[in-house]
Design a protein around this ligand. Sequence first.
Ligand SMILES: [Zn+2]
Length: 328
Amino acid sequence: MAQALTVIVVRAMTRESLTTCVVVLLLTLAPPSGAGEEKRRTSFTDADLESYASRRQKEARPAPEPSPPSEPMSPAPRPVAAPEVFQPPHVVLDDLLGTLLPADKQRAESIGDGILNFYGGSLQGPIHIATRNFMDEAAFRTLVQQVYGSPVNVIGFYYTSEDEIVVGPSSERFKTLVHEMNHFLVEKIVPNPPTWLNEGLSEFFEEASLDPEGLKIRLPAWRQRSLQRWKNGGQQPNLSGILQMTPQDVLAHGEVGSYLLRALAWSIVDFLTSTESGRALFQKYLTELNARRTGSDPYTAMVMAYSGSIRQFEAEWLKHVDRRLGGT
Ligand SMILES: [Zn+2]
């Protein structure tokens, strides 16, 4: 069981139809700018900085030999500070089993780059993600049993203690790859992220496809049906309960409950990413979580990030839910 706690799950084996695309959002992903990066770097944690420092050390190229002066009597050249080079972050999937199709690998990495761009520049350079993409069901189930201590019904997971993502041979393999890749990236941007945020973002980005203008995010109908049932059933859990959900909650609520919790988490992410002010709040929330160096108090972090009352936030979100249920 202790091993199971090291795993961020997660997607259930089955789900309702994913075929209906109701609304398509386009996330315009601005290219990184120098000023933006300066601002974003204020959200680095010490762990990020250490990690970044060690990565830079490994990637550093040796400095070239200084050129001899052309004339013996020439004055010594004044030292010139080297310009700081910003390496845009980009995802590299390290295919440990050699089973990823080249086209899928490339597409997933490009979506990963778009996701990184959305989060802002707290990471730089190549982000290597060790990936085990199982083609064999029995071998995948053996690993699930070993990691969770029981044959839980998952089709992929982010194996945090190994820092790698694991994808099983389901019909949703590619979505699962993107879903777990996002878990990996979120963990690097907000260590120990709140479950609602982590799961909601992965649910959100697993629907991403590439577009010349950015990432296109589909809004599948099953999530809206879950939200409708939630509304009809008295809206439980409420916002406070959603923000404080745990990975165990997602697993413990069974298939139906898991759908609902993931749909609710997805809906809050959908709300935050649908407007300029929502995206600003999202960034403030990340900063707040990092400033507290914990994901253990996601509700208070939202209170701190949101300038109005949390009830006002809930009311605005519910209006957004109604708009989505109305097909807009
Ligand atoms: Zn997940």
